[in-house]
Design a protein around this ligand. Structure first.
Ligand code: G3I
Length: 352
């Protein structure tokens, strides 16, 4: 082969290789770029269950493609991690954390103290207030230390308030008095000073009384320099969500300067008792509109206060509200076959 011919052949090979590299990269780029995590200006999370994470390829693929944050739906709760006084069971939570670390997903821990999730041994525990305090401190600090550096934030206390704004009469309140709440945050902070710490609850999103009580309590913590960084609105909601009330509550949190996490979002399409069932198409359209409104409103929160929005599951079949009757809740962004619903598109284009 003559010199110029050799050069042009080499050039052709180089250009072809380059072109192949581009065409090989492009489909991946395009697919990845369509994920919600690239579309919205804040972290988008999902509550994750260990079984589908290990056994279901479609579930895993959606998680990696769409989300950049996870919450352990059950694996980090007291009952799951600490089933008896002397046993900590890390296996499920560790697998979840390993997966998240490998795929660069933020991990939000849920929940260190949730009165509804006390294991039997705690409910039967006998001891004076010192022993109860040690139990509380040991649980929180063992768990937070175990995940230190991997779990970057925690729901420290979950659902401690009643709808009327009083504190729930939980075993912790009975044994330790109302200040146990603040101490939960102090214990978590001692175990991992870098972790962001949240109070998480439901109903205050549109219940002025409950919201007022939580804000008053939070204000007290802030004045006493108790390490608390954010508030979680669970937002298990429905087509009947009172949007103006939600807006008011969101603005109230904005004024505190705290982070706001819409922490367990799902929108049930179930009709109210006695009301006629909506057609599948009508409920899907209404659900999409509600999802769009919620995501759009969240974008009015200053960026520095947006911790993110977490969906409470991926596909409708994973939802804890997964009823199989004709009037199903179908509350999530993906259907039973993991196909995106109109709600998905609405979220993807929200705020545009
Ligand atoms: O893992 C056990 C299994 O070993 C056992 O055979 C089976 C028999 O019932 O139960 C399994 O545990 C279930 C667990 O989910 C794990 O799947 C419990 O029964 C079931 O009650 C539990 O439900 C969870 C619920 O919290 C109570 O912890 C839901 O999945 C979860 O979505 C729900 O999440 C809560 C948030 O943490 C706090 N906010 C409200 C939200 C909805 O209730």
């Amino acid at each position: 082969m003559k010199y110029p011919a050799l050069i042009s052949t080499l050039l052709w090979i180089i250009l072809s290789l380059d072109a192949m590299a581009i065409t090989n990269k492009n489909p991946v780029c395009m697919a990845a770029d369509t994920g919600l995590k690239y579309r919205l200006g804040f972290p988008v999370g999902a509550a994750i269950k260990i079984r589908p994470l290990l056994n279901n390829n479609r579930y895993r693929a959606i998680l990696i493609r769409e989300f950049n944050s996870i919450t352990a739906e059950n694996a980090m709760k007291f009952k799951a991690l600490h089933p008896s006084a002397t046993i900590f069971n890390w296996s499920d939570a560790d697998q979840l954390v390993d997966f998240a670390v490998k795929h660069q997903l933020r991990i939000h821990g849920h929940a260190l103290n949730w009165p509804k999730n006390n294991p039997k041994w705690v409910m039967e525990f006998q001891g004076d207030s010192v022993a109860w305090e040690q139990l509380l401190q040991k649980h929180i600090q063992t768990v937070v230390s175990h995940f230190k550096g991997k779990v970057s934030s925690w729901d420290v206390v979950n659902e401690a308030f009643n709808d009327n704004g009083t504190l729930r009469k939980t075993i912790w309140l009975q044994k330790l008095g109302p200040d146990y709440l603040a101490r939960c945050f102090v214990y978590a902070h001692e175990a991992d000073p870098a972790a962001l710490l949240f109070y998480n609850d439901y109903g205050q999103e549109y219940n002025g009384k409950k919201m007022k009580a939580i804000l008053k309590w939070l204000g007290g913590l802030q004045r006493e320099h108790i390490p608390i960084h954010g508030l979680g609105f669970q937002l298990h909601t429905s087509l009947r969500i009172p949007i103006p009330e939600l807006q008011k509550s969101i603005q109230a949190v904005v004024r505190t300067g705290l982070l706001l996490h819409l922490s367990e979002l799902d929108v049930s399409v179930r009709s109210k008792k006695g009301e006629p069932l909506l057609t599948a198409a009508a409920s899907a359209t209404q659900q999409a509109a509600i999802y769009r409104q919620i995501f759009t409103i969240y974008q009015t929160v200053p960026a520095r206060q947006r911790f993110g929005i977490t969906l409470w599951g991926i596909g409708d079949q994973d939802s804890y509200r997964n009823a199989k009757d004709a009037d199903a809740d179908a509350p999530l962004l993906f259907d039973h076959n993991y196909q995106p619903k109109p709600a998905y598109k609405a979220v993807q284009t929200s705020g545009q």
